[in-house]
Design a binder for this molecule. Structure first.
Ligand SMILES: NC(=O)c1ccc[n+]([C@@H]2O[C@H](COP(=O)([O-])OP(=O)(O)OC[C@H]3O[C@@H](n4cnc5c(N)ncnc54)[C@H](OP(=O)(O)O)[C@@H]3O)[C@@H](O)[C@H]2O)c1
Length: 255
């Protein structure tokens, strides 16, 4: 197979994300899948699930998103070992403790670092070649990034996580426009509350979804070549209205 015939690989950054694994299971049949995660030797269950879903090949690589200089090395390793990146899925993230982040600057910055800074750094590495092909290698054809309705209008109850997602959403929106007309495109996914590992022990918010529902929504949006998707779709209307809710009411909204 020549380099131009290689369909490329699907890389899940945050290789044991519940939403990410549900998504990759749906995309797996016949594909070369790379799970990029911390503790890559502890991905047995994830590799088994992706293999059972019909992947052609499943590989793992070490990836710590917070190590910004290390991100470029991981991309180089992935491309040299597994070929061009057809689809990059950025599914890493932390909720953090809002309570702690309100009094501990390090805790606040840790959330912002993983959920905004590290995401922006990786998006830049993945897209620099599409924007400036003369000076940078092209690294990915399609990219999925997860923001959240938490960033659409930030709530008092989770303003640290919410502000990171707001920053990421704005970065991704501008990047989507910058990529217009290039060979690379971005899909911005805005889920609401997802019942799963990240929200364990919390009461589901209205219009909550499951990782499987989010994965189904992303697959459909990818198939239609969309630039953004709200999951569920009704959240787009709900948050259009939420922008107009008076502040004294909004500040009492739960997370
Ligand atoms: N769950 C929700 O309610 C919800 C709603 C809206 C948006 N989202 C977003 O959707 C995405 C996926 O979330 P999820 O529900 O699948 O969460 P999840 O199951 O908790 O997965 C998040 C993954 O991120 C990884 N991660 C965290 N920091 C990392 C780092 N520095 N380097 C590498 N990996 C790191 C974690 O890896 P370890 O296993 O090594 O800890 C974990 O596997 C996230 O961006 C999240 O913010 C989630």
């Amino acid at each position: 197979m020549t380099a131009s015939e290689d369909p490329g690989c699907v890389v899940l950054f945050g290789g044991r994300s519940e939403i990410g694994i549900a998504l990759v299971e749906r995309l797996a049949p016949g594909r070369r899948i790379v799970l990029a995660a911390r503790r890559p030797d502890e991905l047995t269950a994830e590799v088994a699930a992706i293999t059972a879903a019909g992947a052609g090949e499943v590989h793992t690589v070490a990836f710590d998103a917070d190590d910004l200089p290390g991100q470029a090395k991981v991309l180089d390793e992935v491309i040299s070992r597994f070929g061009p990146i057809d689809l990059a899925i950025l599914a890493f993230g932390i909720l953090g403790s809002q309570q702690r982040a309100e009094v501990d600057p390090e805790a606040a910055v840790a959330v912002l670092h993983t959920d905004f800074v590290a995401q922006a750094a990786l998006l830049t590495l993945l897209t620099a070649g599409a924007l400036h092909p003369q000076s940078h290698p092209v690294r990915a054809r399609r990219i999925v990034v997860f923001t959240s309705v938490a960033g659409v209008r930030v709530r008092r109850a989770n303003y640290v996580y919410g502000s990171a997602k707001a920053g990421l959403d704005g970065f991704a929106a501008g990047l989507t426009d910058a990529l217009h007309g290039t060979a690379t495109s971005l899909l911005v996914v805005r889920p609401g509350f997802v019942i799963g590992r990240m929200t364990e022990g919390m009461d589901p918010a209205p219009m909550a979804s499951t990782p499987d529902q989010v994965a189904d929504g992303v697959v459909a949006a990818l198939a239609r070549g969309r630039a953004e998707v709200w999951i569920p779709a009704q959240l787009q209307v709900a948050f259009a209205i939420a922008r107009w809710v008076p502040r004294p009411i909004w500040r009492r909204m739960p997370r």
